[in-house]
Design a protein around this ligand. Structure first.
Ligand code: OAD
Length: 245
């Protein structure tokens, strides 16, 4: 069992401002494939080849098909103990910010209420032409790309490579990172910008930086504490040892 350093528990029990950045790894134990792991390929394509405007414009059905496949997965899985532990942490700590790169909605399903979704949400769609947002879920079996009333193609409302992140959300995320005295980077390879800069910004502003990951990443050398293991194992231990259950 992973030993949780005393310093982390003390900061949590003192209820200092906390910010958390999650990536695909936190949902891996729910059965959602990560982007860069061995399961992170779909029909031999890498995420970077599919999650772009160019890919969508040149082969809309291929990109739409990838999102329909991923929607099918996220609809069929459940949040895991890592998601639930973060929902409990939010309840226990007044100044707590959950920032996620995930589009799978599993944090919300686990009970987290205030979530900064940096890369959008896979359940929403929007028109590429007029920008109309469609919040109603599309049947995952629908293979054709839907068309908006204005005639434009409808795409998933997620952030693709080369696109801007929602600016207000990003600003709130940086403010939370800079305010945090304790920052957790959980289940992310910490290479996709600008999300990867959040742990660095937190540390520069004095936070204790804790990384939870099954393997080391670009961030590990910079972290104050590296807790190696599955987030679904480690986070519930932290919650239990801090009495946040
Ligand atoms: P990655 O697939 O790059 O990284 C997942 C990380 O989770 C890896 O470092 C794994 O070691 C770790 N991991 C796997 N299982 C774990 C577990 N059970 N517990 C803890 N850690 C675990 O995914 P992200 O970092 O989220 O962006 O990728 C960032 C962005 O790149 C995504 O949001 C997406 C992608 O392309 C866009 O689509 C714009």
């Amino acid at each position: 069992m992973v030993e949780i350093p005393q310093k982390i528990k003390e900061l949590l029990i003192e209820k200092v401002p906390v910010a958390v950045l999650t990536g695909a790894g936190i949902s891996a134990e729910s059965g959602v494939p990560t982007f860069r792991g061995k399961d992170g390929f779909w029909k031999q394509h890498r995420a970077e080849e599919l999650a772009t405007v160019d890919a969508f414009m040149s082969d809309p059905e291929l990109v739409w098909g990838w999102y329909q496949y991923r929607r099918g997965i996220v609809n069929s899985v459940e949040p895991n103990p890592g998601h639930f532990a973060l929902a409990l942490m939010e309840k226990a700590i007044e100044d707590f910010t959950l920032i996620t790169q995930n589009v799978d909605n599993l944090h919300a399903r686990a009970g987290s209420t205030d979530i900064l979704e940096l890369h959008g949400n896979i359940h929403r769609n929007k028109c590429i032409k007029c920008g109309a947002v469609y919040s109603k879920e599309v049947d995952v079996n629908q293979k054709e790309v839907p068309e908006c009333e204005c005639g434009g193609m409808i795409r998933p409302d997620v952030v693709w490579f080369g696109e801007m992140l929602p600016q207000q959300t990003l600003q709130s995320a940086f403010e939370a990172a800079e305010r945090a005295e304790l920052f957790f980077s959980i289940g992310t390879s910490a290479i996709v910008q600008p999300a990867a800069s959040l742990p660095i910004a937190a540390k520069r502003h004095g936070a204790c930086l804790v990384e939870i990951n099954v393997e080391s990443t670009m961030l590990t050398g910079y972290a104050d504490e590296f807790l190696q293991g599955a987030s679904g194992d480690i986070l519930p231990i932290i919650i239990k040892e801090c009495g946040f259950e």
